[in-house]
Design a protein around this ligand. Structure first.
Ligand SMILES: Cc1cc2nc3c(=O)[nH]c(=O)nc-3n(C[C@H](O)[C@H](O)[C@H](O)COP(=O)(O)O)c2cc1C
Length: 169
């Protein structure tokens, strides 16, 4: 899909069909995450692919929305701050890098006619337990990956004039 059409048509899908996601599409989406730019090319994250079949109770504990476990797959992204580039004032860019990779995943999914929805409001303690995360690994976001069973809403965004400054704040 042409890029402008892609970013206009992508939306947060909050109802999914149970149809399986072909492996080649899953790999295409993960590859898009792998190719994302990262600060100093550190790639300080891991993607965790979760098959939702039989996991509904766990997934409800992770994020209590009926649509969260509807798609056949969920992709989680975890940051590894110890691998990340750190700015001279101490700011660690692991979450920034993870967010860019997740955005690549979301856009690649839309390009493959797959729905996604960023989820940051999950329970981090449950994520740690379900995914077996060791110390030093931080869950950043999850998204279902599957075929949409809802329809896009009109995009609500601030006007560009509210968001852009020229030369200074
Ligand atoms: C970092 C981030 C976290 C988000 N967390 C959630 C979430 O926990 N639950 C949810 O339903 N949507 C979540 N969203 C989706 C936003 O609500 C959505 O992107 C926004 O309202 C714009 O709508 P659109 O994606 O359909 O264009 C999140 C989006 C981002 C970028």
């Amino acid at each position: 899909m042409e890029f402008t059409d892609l970013i206009r048509s992508r939306y947060s899908v909050r109802a999914y069909r149970p149809d399986p996601v072909p492996d080649d599409l899953l790999m295409r989406v993960l590859e898009a995450g792998r190719l994302a730019p990262t600060a100093a090319n550190r790639q300080p994250f891991r993607f965790i692919v979760i098959h939702t079949a039989g996991r509904q109770e766990d997934l409800r504990r992770l994020y209590h929305r009926e649509w969260f476990g509807q798609a056949p797959l969920i992709i989680g992204i975890c940051a590894v701050p110890g691998e990340a580039w750190v700015r001279r004032d101490g700011v660690n860019y692991a979450f920034v890098d993870a967010a860019i990779a997740m955005d690549h995943i979301v856009l690649a999914a839309a390009d493959a006619s797959l729905g996604t929805c960023w989820v940051a409001a999950f329970d981090p303690a449950v994520a740690r337990q379900l995914l077996g995360l060791p110390d030093g690994v931080e869950p950043v976001a999850f998204t279902p990956l599957g075929y949409a069973a809802d329809t896009p809403r009109p995009k609500e965004r601030r006007p560009l004039a509210d968001l852009v400054r020229y030369e200074r704040w």
